[in-house]
Write a protein that binds this ligand. Structure first.
Ligand code: SF4
Length: 225
């Protein structure tokens, strides 16, 4: 065998080795991309729920029976956001299941929404504040990243905040809910309509007319969006 032939064979061998490693790399790379593509919003959402279930980022973990991450459909028409779970929610791990939750369902029904079909319901904090007190600022701050991730994964068409705490936190405004409601804000580029918390309306039925106006605003956002 000539020296030139030996050199040619050596070059071919190096090219083969290079191709093998390049193909191997691309194959591994594609596997990762495929896995990421297959990890849809549902998987990502389950991952957040798992993190929440073992979370100890604020003191509310100490007295909780269950975390309440929220529930509903992916890509809902509306994501409803309250301030935190109450006793019924802490017991069941589900959002808005008590009297206020049933009342909220009737609001949704009035504008052709259904929590099982086209809504997602959650809260600012995922663990119950003792005695249903307002969440402390540090508790809300610790928990807010979970909500932000939920919103970016499920991408609701509109958000409705329920009550002062959720509205102040997501709009960055300081006024009471009476002054904040009646307008459309934006959160993460999503239209946000605030209204009263259903518990507040159960205590003061005269707020019903304002809630109805807010629901009409929400409906027109959905129709025009
Ligand atoms: S309220 Fe939120 S931040 Fe605090 S322990 Fe529960 S999940 Fe974690």
């Amino acid at each position: 065998m000539s020296t030139q032939n030996s050199l040619n064979d050596l070059v071919k061998l190096f090219n083969l080795i290079e191709d093998y490693y390049e193909e191997g790399f691309h194959r591994r790379h594609s596997d990762v991309e495929l896995a990421e593509q297959m990890a849809g919003p549902e998987d990502q959402f389950l991952e957040i729920n798992n993190e929440i279930s073992s979370c100890r980022k604020c003191g509310l973990f100490k007295e909780r029976n269950n975390t309440v991450p929220g529930e509903g459909v992916i890509n809902p028409l509306v994501m409803l956001i309250g301030e935190g779970p109450g006793a019924d929610e802490d017991r069941t791990g589900k959002p808005f299941v008590g009297r206020a939750g049933k009342y909220l369902d009737s609001w949704l029904m009035a504008i052709d929404l259904d929590r099982r079909k086209n809504c997602f319901i959650g809260n600012i904090v995922k663990c119950r504040p003792p005695d249903n007190r307002d969440p402390l600022p540090e508790e809300s701050s610790a928990c807010l990243p979970y909500l932000q991730r939920q919103i970016s994964f499920i991408r609701p068409k509109a958000i409705m905040t329920l009550g002062r705490i959720a509205t102040q936190i997501l709009t960055g405004e300081k006024s009471g809910i009476g002054a904040l409601r009646g307008r459309i804000y934006s959160y993460q580029g999503i239209p946000l309509a605030p209204t009263y918390h259903p518990s507040a309306v159960l205590r003061n039925i005269s707020l019903r007319a304002s809630v109805w106006q807010d629901l009409q605003k929400l409906r027109s956002v959905l129709q025009n969006g």
